[in-house]
Write a protein that binds this ligand. Structure first.
Ligand code: AMP
Ligand code: GLY
Length: 429
């Protein structure tokens, strides 16, 4: 079978590595792909992940049997709908279901309609109304979110009135995020430990993957700006069996049933961003896709053939297959370009990759230069994943391998997993 993967980051590299293992996958393609993906799949760097008609044409030319649409923007733009209309089977939700990520106003309303626990909130389109609301607000921090996709930057945690005023006016004026900020959500700040749960769903049943912990801030001790994610451990050490059951009953099943009921049956990978608060577990956000970098820590634990799961999801027979996971623990450390998530330079040679023994190195922002060397080509450059009997061992293994790799101005967080392991220890888990 021929499979085309849409996207070109570390997540897509991890998906490519998992699909490549399948005896049923005879040819693998990726558009745009990246330097690392090009080692195992034919890449089409000139076709953007958001180019709907370009991707449909490419899938037709390649005679792809399946297209795996990984990033959020093509999904919300309706790439799966367009592929299906052209008779091509695709993994990922249709645009109607992808709205769960594409619009925070929709997702908050959806949770309210289906009694799914989330932060208390209000929505606004008029700046005067929003300013009046924050003037009356007495407790900080306050969370201000723009409605649409904003490259992971559309959430502002305001510490005082001035910061919230600045966020409200810059978003609603369109200055900061354009049309994505036409409407905003202002919500209660949730305190607690965060966890990501990715789940396969065919719209009828749901199969959750091991929970993981992402590290969104750029620097150690959660300092610096929000990024796409600087490292992940899986399974999340404080996500207990009891919590799994609670989440299934109060969040996961109500979500897929609610979406189906509203005519938006979700097929693909659904991402639950959860906060474990004193008042119970609450949804921070939904994403309509695999997380990045969560995928780089979670998929290496998958024992079942990803191609089999993908086809079961597409054909709505997910409940008929058993999905098995490795009992080991996993850690992924992201190596980034100095300056990320703000301005950074690219084109630096990546050295030491040939010395890696006990890790999988997923390429996020790399390309091959004319001499065939890997060079940096993005903010997040590599995700280095290692396994171990314990999370501590997985982390030691991953850091040992990271130290073998270098490129100019490279940086990575030194404290991935540290806070999560401390929380687990305090809770005697
Ligand atoms: P989102 O784009 O919704 O994932 O938000 C990005 C990050 O902002 C989340 O991963 C959280 O760390 C943080 N965040 C979002 N909403 C809240 C909230 N209501 N309370 C506390 N932190 C939040
Ligand atoms: N790592 C966060 C995300 O994929 O949205």
């Amino acid at each position: 079978m021929k499979v085309l993967i849409v996207g070109g980051g570390g997540r897509e590299h991890a998906i490519a590595v998992a699909l490549k293992k399948s005896p049923k996958v005879t040819e693998l393609f990726a558009a745009p792909g990246n330097g690392g993906i090009s080692e195992i799949a034919a890449c089409f760097p000139n076709i953007k992940a958001t180019d709907i008609s370009g991707m449909v044409n490419l899938a037709k030319e390649l005679k792809a049997d399946y297209v795996f649409v990984a990033p959020d923007d093509p999904l919300t733009l309706g790439m799966v709908d367009a592929l299906e209309a052209a008779g091509i089977k695709a993994f990922g939700p249709c645009a109607g279901a992808a709205l769960i990520e594409g619009s925070k106003v929709f997702s908050k309303g959806f949770m309210k309609r289906h009694n799914i626990p989330t932060a208390a909130y209000e929505t606004f389109t008029a700046p005067e109304k929003a300013l009046e609301y924050i003037k009356n607000n007495r407790s900080y921090p306050l969370v201000i979110k723009c409605d649409g996709l904003a490259l992971g930057k559309g959430v502002i945690i305001a510490q005082n009135y001035e910061e919230s005023e600045e966020a409200v006016t810059s978003i609603l004026s369109g200055e900061k995020f354009g049309d994505s900020g036409k409407e905003i959500v202002i919500e209660e700040y949730l305190n607690g430990a965060e966890v990501t749960v990715l789940a396969f769903t065919d719209g009828i049943s749901i199969a959750v993957m091991p929970a993981s912990v992402d590290h969104k801030r750029a620097f150690d001790e959660d300092k610096g700006l929000n990024t796409g994610g600087m490292g992940v451990i899986a399974p999340a050490p404080y996500y207990t069996e009891d919590l799994t059951k609670t989440c299934m009953d109060t969040i996961f099943l109500p979500t897929i049933r609610g979406l189906a009921k509203e005519g938006r049956a979700f097929k693909g990978c659904l991402y639950f961003g959860l906060m474990l608060t004193q008042a119970g577990v609450k949804v921070i956000e939904y994403n309509c896709r695999f997380g990045d970098p969560e995928t780089q820590a979670v998929l290496p634990l998958l024992k079942t053939d990803l191609f089999e799961i993908m086809t079961a999801v597409i054909e709505e027979r997910l409940s008929c297959i058993d999905i098995e996971w490795n009992a080991e623990k996993s850690a992924c450390i992201v190596m980034a370009s100095g300056g990320y998530p703000e301005k950074y330079q690219t084109g630096f040679e990546i050295k030491g990759l040939e010395n890696i023994r006990d890790a999988e190195v997923y390429h996020a922002g790399t390309k091959k230069d004319e001499q065939g060397n890997f060079v940096t080509a993005g903010g997040r450059v590599l995700g280095v994943t290692a396994l171990g009997e314990t999370l501590e061992e997985a982390l030691d293994n991953a850091y040992r391998e990271v130290e073998k790799i270098s490129f100019e101005r490279a940086f990575y967080r030194q404290d991935i997993g540290k806070k999560a392991l401390t929380i687990a220890l305090q809770q005697h888990i």
